[in-house]
Design a protein around this ligand. Sequence first.
Ligand code: NAP
Ligand code: ZN
Length: 370
Amino acid sequence: MISNLDFYNPVRLVGGPGCLKNYTGWRNFGRRCIIICGKRSARASGALADCEQGLKSAGVDYIIFDRIEPNPLLSTCFESGKKASIFGAEFVIGIGGGSPLDAAKACAMFALNPDLAPIDIFAKSAELSALPIIAVPTTAGTGSEVTPYSILTVPEIENKRSFSSEKTYPKVAFLDPAYTYSLPDAVTASCTADALSHAVEGYFSLKANTLTDALAEKATVLLSGGLRRIAAGDKTPGFRADMLYGSTLSGMVISRTGTGFVHACGYMLTYHQGIPHGHANAYFLADFVGLMAEKSPERAKNILSACGVDAPQGLHELLAQVLPLDFQADAGTLKKYAAVAAASKNCKNTLRTVDEAELLSVYTKNCGVR
Ligand code: NAP
Ligand code: ZN
């Protein structure tokens, strides 16, 4: 068991009601900072106000860049980095869902490398410096608060692309479930599906080990239970806390394991059809488990049991209860998506690898015109 253990995650986790509001250590990171957020959620959740209050009390000067769009554009992140550089920011605070958190990581890197050609961040991230990052999630989904990954939209390649670096792990993540109370139902469901897909994909990764398995199993129980609670209309603080905990555990899993073909396939639906990230993943998760079962029936049995179902179809039905899985596209479109998804390294990252023809079957089964 312990022989294959290899785990590292340098993010300090501070959680619970008021954890951001009551934080007094801001000056440890510097005297000037930039806050990165989206147009509404940082304010709607109350997180921005709590953060501003703490910064003011600590005597930290700050600017707010509140123009991060969902599925953040590389160009927007570059612009935020320029602003941070001109302001002389010494650290970056990301407040929001995965989009602002991922953008904060890019901002932190561009701030110290303002003359970098934006596209070069993907090839050069490992050798570039970055400002310290603080993460305040307001969704329970991506786990970006505990991963080094930043996933950005690049129109030139008609897809998303990611970079990561030792430097883009947040220094501290503040987990206050109250910031997720304002989430609309559809975003809650999509984010829960995203977090569940992280746990499940990570469980079948070639890089999975004893510890990531334990995290993934615990997260899968919480998050699949969360899908049932969403279907039953649960919006209690207890539900919100469980989802935030589950999504952070899943983020810890993928910080080590990466993701599988579910994410590669989902990116196409997000980029080309505007389907939110977690919702897009939900189309493919059950078939992922079905294919992995061919190589590792024991692990498939474990994960289906953690979901409280006895077959992949049961998982599909669980997801379909809270997310409409009715997008359809013609054969030519799906062929194009399968070709792009198959070229992703995600497809080689799991116990059972998949090829383009298999991905086309998965796309056709779930999104083909019926
Ligand atoms: P998101 O794109 O950050 O946010 C989706 C929507 O929800 C936005 O309109 C946002 O508003 C709103 N919202 C967020 N928090 C809210 C709150 N508390 N109350 C009301 N509205 C709220 O969604 P996400 O699913 O968390 O993140 C998806 C992104 O993360 C994708 O780009 C995906 O590729 C990436 N991702 C990253 C990782 C990683 O490891 N780094 C892993 C998985 C996914 P605003 O626009 O106003 O903020
Ligand atoms: Zn994801």
